[in-house]
Structure formats: structure tokens, C-alpha cells
Design a protein. Sequence first.
Length: 120
Amino acid sequence: MNKKNKAPRDQWASRLGIILAVAGSAVGLGNFLRFPAKVVENGGGAFMIPYFVSFLLLGIPLMWVEWTLGRHGGSIGSGTAPGIFHSLWPRNRVLKYLGSWVSLGRSLSLFIILLSLPGR
């Protein structure tokens, strides 16, 4: 895409807005609603230790990866996962669809887990 014909892209007004948006999407509504019940069930502070350990070891590094890929995509003018992955690995035609396949795999796994729950 030529830079002269490029439409202006929206930008965040502040860094706090970015942080709150990413934290909101990372936490999710289900985790928000389930968290107090799990804390009460499991003895309070005992549940907080693995929660914060997993947040520090998984949540923050994955958030940095997502930010970095998003910024890379913005710098090349691509707003899609296949476009970003194609710019990272231009010779491999299959890896650009990695994000789509990972999403599909997660969805199918969740569907299978839900079907296997007792009481259905």
C-alpha cells in the first residue's frame, strides 16, 4: 500500500487507556465474576498465590508479545494476524495462518470439553 493513499489510523489518547483496555480484555468477564467465588471456596489467600504467579509468568509476557506484534502490524499497515505473520515469515505460506488455526484449535478444544462434562 502506498503511503500517499494511506488513510489515517486511530490512535490511543493515553497510555493509561491502552493499559486498561489490555487488562480488561486479558481478565475477561468470566474471570472477573468467578474470582471472588474461587477465593472463598479455596481459603482466600491460598488461591491468590497461583493466580499472581501465573499472571506474572504467563499473562504479562503474552501481553508484551501481543503488543509487539500489534505495533509491528501497525508499522507495516497490516491489521490482521495473517498479514503480520506473513511479514514475519514471508517465505512460508502456511505460517501466516497460524493465528487462525490456533483460534480454531482452542474453540474446538473448548467445545469438546463442554460436550464431555457430566450432566448433559
